[in-house]
Design a protein around this ligand. Structure first.
Ligand SMILES: Nc1ncnc2c1ncn2[C@@H]1O[C@H](COP(=O)(O)OP(=O)(O)O)[C@@H](O)[C@H]1O
Ligand SMILES: [Mg+2]
Length: 250
């Protein structure tokens, strides 16, 4: 197991957004969290990546506690451990967030060199390996504005891979892409899982979840409503809320 989330609660200004969310992610596993806009999917990713603090709950990343619930509140790891935990997590945002003034290579080596002190030569070597894996070798010196949406998405994924994370979190990776580019991202995600990463995929793109995920969690109004293997999820849906959702998107 590379990620464990237990009893997660989060409110914004008194309004509950996550209520008792628990799930686990295995090594090399691809788990999709699906659900309507506003269900709380992105908030889960932000909690897991320590971009927001949860109110209650325990989050473990590759055996290290990001936060631990003591029965009343969630206590967060110390700064030194936070840095170690951050290294285990890769996060790709919906809109890529590439640095526009940096080349593809510079985008990828920025955090390893400046945040984690990796020697430049090692960081660049790793970056080249990743670009090769994602079939972007010829874009090393390009700038983000020179790339297509699918290429930008893959550079963002390469950048998130640069620290050898155990968990890769992707928020709506296909939402900014033309449908024909989806297959390339599906193949990329499968490669990450084959490398041993656990992949947490947030999406409202049902056909994409069906294409790439091994397990599916359906969320509604801050709660997990359904959790099943991909085949079971699509083959025998009993829950009315899931049926309604799938109906809307079918
Ligand atoms: N920083 C914030 N402040 C206040 N409300 C927020 C904040 N972030 C998210 N929310 C609210 O939390 C709910 C869940 O949002 P989100 O996790 O982004 O949902 P999803 O990704 O499933 O669309 C929404 O109602 C949203 O408006
Ligand atoms: Mg979202």
């Amino acid at each position: 197991m590379v990620l464990s989330v237990q009893g997660l609660y989060k409110s914004f200004k008194g309004k509950p957004v996550l209520e008792d969310v628990s799930f686990e992610l295995g090594k090399g596993e691809i788990l999709a969290i699906i659900g309507r806009s506003g269900a709380g999917k992105t908030t889960i990713l932000r909690c897991v990546n320590n971009l927001v603090k949860c109110d209650r709950g325990t989050i473990q990343v590759d055996g290290m506690y990001l936060c631990k619930d003591d029965g009343e509140k969630s206590n967060y790891a110390r700064q030194a451990d936070m840095l170690k935990i951050r290294k285990k997590l890769g996060l790709v945002f919906q809109n890529f967030n590439l640095f526009p003034h940096m080349s593809v290579l510079e985008n990828i080596v920025e955090a390893p060199i400046n945040v984690f002190g990796t020697p430049k030569k090692d960081a660049e070597q790793k970056a080249m390996q990743l670009l090769e894996m994602l079939e972007l070798e010829d874009k090393v010196s390009s700038y983000p504005f020179e790339l297509s949406g699918g290429q930008k998405q893959r550079v963002a994924i390469a950048r998130a891979c640069a620290l050898n994370p155990m968990v890769m979190c992707l928020d709506e990776p296909t939402s900014a892409l033309d449908p024909e580019l989806r297959e390339g991202i599906a193949v990329t995600i499968e490669k990450l899982a084959q490398e041993g990463m656990g992949v947490l995929l947030i999406t409202h793109d049902m056909s994409f979840a069906k294409r790439v995920a091994q397990r599916i969690i359906f969320m509604d109004e801050g709660q997990i409503v359904e959790e099943r293997s991909k085949d079971e999820f699509f083959d025998n849906i009993e829950n009315q809320r899931v049926k309604n959702f799938i109906g809307d998107y079918a």
